[in-house]
Design a protein around this ligand. Structure first.
Ligand code: MG
Length: 230
């Protein structure tokens, strides 16, 4: 009887443990997305995108990349997201001109409101305000280090973003937090976002929202964009 109880306990214990194993995700080879990723751009079409505010995307699609066309407007995902892991690759044209905020400027607006800056900030040669350089949470947080590659080369952002939470009376419960790796280097470490990028007074309550890519008038390209919902 004693042996039976021990055996029974072991079986119960093992079964409970088995149920606690994490869900299996198959990692991608090289730059390929993991098995549970939502592919937002695979180089073939704008099917997951629309013009911000509605309408077809008017950006250029070539060489498995999409490129900002000046004046065509920012674009956004058709899907809305909350907490995410995002992988995105971007490239500033090798022949980039301009200076300051007009040199290779674009950006990734998570949930429409929170911009991670894209700019030609290679080796800090392009002078501008530090919380407006590449990898900054625009006007809120400069990157911890400058991990930029030079214009003409592909670069990566890997972003972990936790959306803000709002109370039923629309007040802020928990602010958004963001971690960013630039070309594999940690540049934002669980930064607590102070509010929407262009509204210094703080947050506006919202639910899930699209991801937006900025048309700042510079021909920045994007490729290999995928997201995992957390
Ligand atoms: Mg920008």
């Amino acid at each position: 009887m004693k042996n039976f109880i021990i055996l029974f306990s072991l079986v119960v214990c093992f079964s409970a443990k088995a149920q606690d194993y994490p869900r299996v995700v198959t990692p991608g080879n090289g730059a390929e997305p993991p098995s549970d990723a939502i592919i937002l751009f695979d180089g073939k079409s704008f099917s997951e995108w629309e013009k911000a505010g509605g309408g077809d995307v008017q950006w250029k699609l070539a060489d498995k990349a999409m490129t900002v066309v000046k004046g065509a407007g920012s674009i956004q995902t058709k899907k809305s997201f909350g907490d995410i892991q995002l992988h995105i690759e971007w490239r500033i044209p090798a022949n980039v001109s301009g200076e300051g905020q007009n040199k290779g400027n674009s950006g990734i607006h998570i949930q429409n409101w929170y911009e991670i800056q894209i700019l030609d900030s290679y080796q800090n040669l392009n002078k501008t305000y530090v919380d407006g350089t590449a990898g900054s949470i625009y006007t809120q947080s400069a990157p911890l280090v400058n991990a930029c590659r030079k214009a003409g080369e592909w670069q990566t952002y890997d972003i972990i973003y936790m959306a803000p939470r709002f109370n039923s009376d629309q007040t802020l419960e928990i602010p958004a937090r963001i971690t960013v790796l630039h070309n594999g280097v940690l540049i934002q470490n669980n930064f607590i976002i102070k509010g929407t990028t262009y509204n210094k007074s703080g947050y506006k309550p919202h639910d899930k929202l699209p991801l937006q890519l900025q048309d700042h008038g510079n021909a920045v390209s994007f490729r290999n964009i995928w997201v995992r919902e957390l």
